[in-house]
Design a protein around this ligand. Sequence first.
Ligand code: ZN
Length: 240
Amino acid sequence: MGNFERIVISCMDRRLSEYLDSKYNDGRTVFLRNAGANIGTLSKSIEGIIGSGGISSVVIAPHTDCGAMGLVSSALSGSAKVSESIERNLVARFRKISYSDRNELERIVNPALQERGLSNLVKRPDIGTAVELIDLSRMQIPKDDGKHLLTFTKPSPTRYSSFISKYGNSGIGMFNSYFIQASAARDVSADIEIATAALHISDVRLVSENQLQNAGINEDMNYIKGMSHFSGFSISEITA
Ligand SMILES: [Zn+2]
């Protein structure tokens, strides 16, 4: 770390990767992703990257038709029961806010909540912050073929197309993989739980990049393996 100028924080949703590559990947941007572009479980990752120096801007990029916001909405209305961890790490901070519908939750409430969370976390006048709501209804997304997986990797400047190419001839394309990117798996356990237990993803791949392997990838592997017992997924490791 230390060579980056910008942090982009977005959702793990598989439909965002191509757009994030084209809009934000300039080689000097490091990407962080979780369920809902939620500052809460990424706070340690954000602080770590900012602490290493060079960052001048942070962009929060949540999106429409977000599964995490669907889960929040269902939890708040009482139609879905979420675990204590998901409640504490994602749902709780929405409980004090009134909103009229899912559209308002995604387009107004979540972006504002995450922006406030970021400004409370990053008290640095020299670092600019911005929010872009990604409107999926304006994008060309291929028809869903249902073959989904979750990739966990560290905060990285690598293009998603490059990660995808590491999967070999497995038929996994740009729109198949959800991405969780954080400094440590244990920080984003609620997000991993949302992907595996709520979205029913059974194939989890941990991709380690050589340049970043000093940051505890074995600990991440063991941690995620430990989670697989209750969420019912398999995990494999890919070294880039
Ligand atoms: Zn989402």
